[in-house]
Every structure is written in structure tokens, then in C-alpha cells.
Design a binder for this molecule. Structure first.
Ligand code: NAP
Length: 253
């Protein structure tokens, strides 16, 4: 068991990649706390979660209080997996483009930063025990989206946010290194989760997406969770400030 004796906090734990991390990390021996926007979405996972609570990662006082209470219950938070995230498709209709941009940046960038900062502060109190933090960037942290996905013309806040997450990962890795806190990122391609459900329902779009992945299919949440496990565990003890593409070859073309 690769996470025996470890504790993990997972955001966006009720769905998709976060939920896959919950199951895998439990099976590898970790004690797992999960947070997500809605407590009711976490109920289905309650059997596998030692602690769960609703949390909006953009709400700093709530984030600080949640991290403090989880750290107190666990004694130390070894691992943080930042899965909470949205795309412009999740923004309420009727917002102007700059309001939509701000909302995506708030969740994907500020939310990731707030909870990472709180967990790193808490990990520093654990002396050399340190920790491992895994941020969820995207292939679209590294390349622009094709126009059939953006509709063309408007700024694409998702790519802006995921590029920022990569640079934030490098910066936070530097500040965490003296305290043995490693910070890395994953860059998934298109993964079959509720996040991309709308795209998968259109057969033409689905075919076009599959075409972009040389392995000839979309990825599964569990395939991303297994890479998160590598970065979270001591298997990657000399890896920090970097990113791993989990993309079926998307970025290699
Ligand atoms: P998902 O199934 O939609 O799960 C995301 C979870 O985050 C949802 O449960 C969502 O809650 C929650 N969330 C949204 N806003 C939040 C907030 N302010 N505070 C707390 N939780 C919040 O998506 P996923 O595919 O697993 O994606 C996980 C991460 O991987 C995201 O950062 C995403 O950008 C990234 N990623 C995904 C793909 C992909 O193809 N799926 C590719 C590359 C990167 P609600 O459902 O209640 O909104």
C-alpha cells in the first residue's frame, strides 16, 4: 500500500477525477478527507471518506477553517489534491465575458491557491514531515484550445486559468522546498467525467475530440488518479515544480 500512514485532503471530491482519487487513495491505505461545493454530492462517498464537508474553495475564511479542522482531526495533512474546477460552460448564462472570466479564474486559480496556502502553512507546523500537493492543470495550460471548442472570438478563461496553475505550481514548489513540501501538477487531456458530458453528447464533437488524442480515445478518471497517486506518494520523492501530461499523446503531436 503506497499511502499507508498518510492522510489526504481532496477538493472536488464528489465528482470525476476527485472521486476517483478518493477511491484509489483509500485503497492504497490513506485516510482521506473530501470537500466539494455540495455536501449532498459527497454523501455517496461517505463510506470511503473519513471526513467530508461542503466547501467553496474561493471562500478564504471557510477554506482556512476547513483546513484547520481537518489538520486537527488528522494530526497532519500529508497530501492535497486540488480537483475543484470549472470551465466557462459552467458559468451562469447572462454574465458578460469579463464576469465569466473572473468566475473561472476565481475557482481554478484563486481557489487552488487559497487551499494550497492554508495546507502548506499547516504542513510547515509538522516539521520535516512536509507534504505533497498535486494541482490539476490541463493540456490547455500548455496549448490553446481549437476554435471548434471556443466558438472563436472570446477570451478563453479556462486556458488562462490552467496556464496560471502551472506557473503557480512552480512558484509554490520553490517556497515549499525548504520544508520538504513538494508541489506538482497534472495536465490531463479530455477525460470522461461530468465536466465534459455536454461535449460528449454531440457525436461530431466527440469524434473530433477523440481524433486529437493519438491513443484514439478519451481518458478515464482513474487513469488520472493513478498519476496523482504517483505524485502524491513517496515514489516521486525527488519530483517537485513540474507537470505530467496524462493526455493519450495530445501534446506530443
Ligand atoms: P468534475 O467532474 O466537474 O468535478 C469537479 C468538481 O469540482 C465538482 O464536484 C464541482 O462541484 C467541484 N467544484 C466546482 N467549483 C467548486 C468550488 N468553488 N469549490 C469546491 N468545489 C467546486 O470535473 P473533473 O473532470 O473531475 O475535473 C477535475 C479537475 O481536473 C478540474 O480542475 C478540471 O479543470 C481538471 N481537468 C479535467 C479534464 C477533463 O477532461 N475532465 C481535463 C483536464 C483538466 P459541482 O459539480 O457542484 O459544480
Amino acid at each position: 500500500m503506497r499511502l499507508a500512514g498518510k492522510t489526504a485532503l481532496i477538493t472536488g471530491a464528489a465528482s470525476g477525477i476527485g472521486a476517483a482519487c478518493v477511491g484509489l487513495f483509500k485503497s492504497e491505505g490513506a485516510r482521506v478527507a473530501g470537500v466539494d461545493l455540495s455536501k449532498s454530492d459527497l454523501v455517496a462517498l461517505d463510506n470511503s471518506l473519513e471526513l467530508s464537508q461542503s466547501l467553496d474553495v474561493t471562500d478564504k475564511p471557510a477554506v482556512d477553517a476547513a483546513v484547520e479542522s481537518i489538520a486537527e482531526s488528522f494530526g497532519h495533512i500529508d497530501i492535497l489534491i486540488n480537483c475543484a474546477g470549472i470551465t466557462a460552460r459552467h458559468v451562469p448564462s447572462g454574465l458578460s465575458w469579463d464576469q465569466a472570466w473572473q468566475l473561472v479564474m476565481d475557482v481554478n486559480v484563486k481557489g487552488t491557491l487559497l487551499i494550497t496556502a492554508a495546507v502548506m502553512n499547516s504542513q510547515r507546523k509538522g516539521g520535516t514531515r512536509g507534504g505533497s500537493i498535486v494541482n490539476m492543470s490541463s493540456i490547455y495550460g500548455q496549448v490553446a484550445r481549437p476554435s471548434f471548442l471556443t466558438g472563436g472570438g472570446k477570451p478563453d478563461p479556462y486556458t488562462h486559468s490552467k496556464g496560471t496553475v502551472l506557473q503557480m505550481t512552480r512558484d509554490l514548489a520553490m517556497s515549499g522546498a525548504p520544508d520538504n513540501i513538494r508541489v506538482n501538477a497534472l495536465c490531463p487531456g479530455f477525460i470522461e467525467t461530468p465536466m465534459i458530458q455536454g461535449l460528449r453528447e454531440n457525436p461530431e464533437t466527440l469524434d473530433a475530440l477523440i481524433e486529437l488524442h493519438p491513443l484514439g480515445r478519451l481518458g478515464k478518471a482513474d487513469e488520472v488518479a493513478r498519476c496523482a497517486l504517483f505524485l502524491a506518494s513517496d515514489d516521486s520523492s525527488f519530483v517537485t515544480g513540474t507537470s505530467l501530461a496524462v493526455d493519450g499523446g495530445y501534446l506530443a503531436v
